[in-house]
Ligand binder design. Structure first.
Ligand SMILES: Nc1nc2cc(Br)ccc2s1
Length: 274
């Protein structure tokens, strides 16, 4: 998978070169390119913002640098897009990648590349969306700052990308970079080969619509706190049952709204190990 990120703070994205994602890039499983929006300005001050039409506080990001930056992304993603459109990749059922949304289709049947725009006004990012996005041959991310990006950029981008405004939650950041880091990690780890043991992706929070069960390791008794006896029993049937009960209990207590949609099949995730 090729990932392109456009930002006025490219150094903010440096951690994407570290750890698991860094190794995945060394192994050729991922390639992550960071583009400085200011490289696509034409004035000596490398201006990327201006005052808002209609008045109001703050500044708005100018459209032209964004169009030039996103055109560069399209150009650089073309080989991965062309290779990806020939790929057999299974898409999670009912997702845009599976053709469920023909709005992304382009002339000649080529699917438009995905452009994720972090925004407090976006659809909420979920594990299901992470699985969907992990099916794409390329992803582009546009990191807004100030009061946001001129809306005409998104209108223009829809002619070339499948544009997805996405929020991490109901709070406001100072820019999209932190949101992009979270999404790139959530998606990147789902790309085959990135996580050493794919089994670890199966039983984790949200992989089956529930929060994960509590985990323990040695010593079995620690500062007066003991590991639940069932986990020491060696009875795998009892252990599985206890873990599911813990998931349901935690989810009911902390995220009751998830219980309406807890359906492993809905996420298109690999089947749970037996
Ligand atoms: N929750 C989020 N807040 C923000 C703020 C800006 Br400015 C850009 C993107 C995002 S995503």
């Amino acid at each position: 998978m090729r990932i392109d990120v456009v930002s006025i703070f490219p150094d903010y994205l440096a951690p994407l070169k570290l750890s698991l994602l860094g190794r995945a890039q060394e192994d050729g499983l991922l390639s992550i390119a960071i583009h400085d929006l200011r490289d696509f300005t034409s004035d000596r001050h490398r201006t990327v913002d201006d005052t808002p039409y209609g008045g109001g506080a703050g500044m708005v990001m100018k459209p032209e640098p964004w169009a030039l930056a996103l055109e560069r992304v399209l150009e650089e993603q073309r080989p991965a897009q062309d290779a990806g459109t020939d790929g057999p990749g299974e898409a999670a059922p009912g997702t845009a990648a599976s053709g469920a949304d023909d709005a992304a289709a382009q002339p000649g049947g080529r699917r438009r590349p995905v452009l994720v725009v972090p925004s407090p006004a976006g659809e909420v990012f979920t594990q299901r969306m992470a699985y969907e996005l992990a099916e794409e041959p390329t992803l582009a991310f546009a990191c807004g700052r100030y009061e946001g990006i001129d809306e005409r950029v998104l209108d223009w981008a829809r002619e070339h990308f499948e544009v997805r405004p996405v929020s991490l939650g109901d709070y406001v950041l100072n820019g999209g970079e932190v949101a992009v880091m979270a999404m790139v990690e959530a998606v990147g780890r789902l790309v085959p080969g990135v996580v050493g043991n794919p089994e670890s992706l199966i039983e984790e929070s949200h992989s089956d619509g529930l929060l994960e069960y509590p985990v323990y390791t040695k010593p079995s008794s620690w500062r007066g706190h003991d590991v639940p006896e069932v986990l020491l029993s060696g009875n795998h049937g009892r252990i599985s049952q206890w873990r599911l009960e813990q998931q349901l209990r935690r989810t009911a207590a902390r995220r009751p709204e998830l219980l309406e949609g807890a359906d492993a099949a809905a996420f298109g995730k690999p089947e749970r190990a037996v």
